[in-house]
Design a protein around this ligand. Structure first.
Ligand SMILES: [Zn+2]
Length: 370
């Protein structure tokens, strides 16, 4: 039988300041994943009845304050959490995933910090290096996650512990498990040039709340996607009701096999508006914009529309990328596409909140009714 989904898209908060916090009602036997509109970047707040976890703390440069503003509004509503994040996890070392990390740690209480342990001084993500140096002094426990540690002894159940899964529950205890992390960059085990990009070392995190589940994959690209898929083949480990689409909807981070293995009912893309960067002069600054990379990409959208069976109540038309590149001299190409399936993007919808009840029912609230 087809599963029924309640869909609520509201304009409730349109009159509030930027990055208004979306909410449904008082916490009960449900959790909510808040995909914060940070422009070209990613930050996702997981709200549980008895705690909160932040996955990524990134933003585009002029929206760094969106993360802390959102958290301040969140904690003003959830006073029972005492400005405390049970854990912050950064999927990989890039600035669009860690720009606001230092501000978050300085403005709120953070109990545990998890990343993949890659702290290259030449990478764009500088805040993780700062946090590793300051974690002990701030009383934050730190854990680095590698693929080798997760899969030690041919473990197929992923990795979890009291730091990765620090939130308890009453009748429903949320489960947080990590399925992928840093690969061996020296190439001894995974001697493949493709793994040089930090994106491939993204944490893959699954959150299960009763019968509901969410998968977060950072910016994992095709080489790592194939490796992770192969490792967990036939286990159902990656199966989830809601998929955070990899790498801001890039063509290199969504494959038919991957989406079929996850089999989501909803897909959420965190990215900036298509024209962010169009007015910037031809320079290095234009290489890291939504416009230059043309996110999200039609190839990814086409796969998601094919593999996600659930339809939107109303189709929307959005401008998406056909071709993008880091080279500022090459003009990106866009096209208009009708989004007919359950695909949401912070670029289109602003803040997105997906609520999941323990019985596996999902509902969605966004800033913009689209
Ligand atoms: Zn990214």
């Amino acid at each position: 039988m087809m599963k029924l989904f309640k869909i609520f898209s509201c304009l409730l908060f349109a009159c509030l300041a930027a990055t208004p916090e979306l909410s449904f009602s008082k916490p009960g036997e449900f959790m909510t994943a808040h995909y914060i509109d940070v422009g070209q970047g990613q930050a996702i707040l997981l709200e549980f009845p008895k705690g909160a976890v932040l996955i990524d703390a990134g933003a585009q440069k002029d929206k760094a304050g969106n993360v802390t503003t959102f958290l301040r509004q969140f904690f003003a509503r959830r006073t029972d959490l005492h400005n405390t994040l049970n854990a912050v996890m950064v999927t990989h070392q890039h600035v669009d995933h860690d720009l606001a990390l230092q501000a978050v740690v300085q403005q709120f209480k953070v109990l545990n910090y998890i990343d993949n342990g890659q702290h290259d001084p030449h990478s764009s993500g500088k805040k993780q290096i700062w946090l590793e140096q300051h974690a002990a002094g701030l009383g934050i426990k730190y854990e680095a996650i590698t693929f080798a540690a997760i899969t030690s002894g041919h473990n197929l159940g992923g990795l979890t512990d009291a730091m990765i899964d620090p939130v308890s529950g009453d009748t429903t205890d949320p489960k947080i498990v990590i399925y992928s992390g840093a690969f061996d960059r020296a190439g001894v085990t995974w001697g493949n040039q493709d793994f040089k990009d930090p994106n491939n070392h993204s944490l893959v995190i699954k959150v299960t709340f009763g019968k509901a589940s969410f998968l977060f994959m950072g910016d994992l690209e095709k080489p790592a996607i194939a490796t992770v898929l192969n490792y967990y083949h036939g286990t159902g480990a990656l199966h989830a009701g809601v998929l955070q689409v990899g790498h801001h909807g890039s063509a290199n981070a969504t494959t038919d096999d991957w989406v079929k293995a996850v089999a989501p009912h909803y897909a959420v893309i965190s990215c900036g508006h298509w024209d962010f960067g169009v007015k910037l002069p031809d320079s290095t600054a234009t290489r890291f914009t939504t416009y230059a990379y043309a996110h999200p990409n039609k190839q990814a959208i086409d796969i998601l529309q094919t593999d996600i069976p659930d339809l939107r109540t109303v189709a929307i038309n959005e401008r998406i990328g056909v071709k993008g590149t880091a080279k500022p001299t090459v003009k990106p190409v866009f096209t208009d596409v009708s989004i007919t399936h359950m695909i949401y993007a912070t670029a289109w919808n602003g803040n997105i909140a997906i609520k999941a009840t323990a019985d596996g029912t999902y509902s969605i609230v966004t800033d913009r009714d689209r």
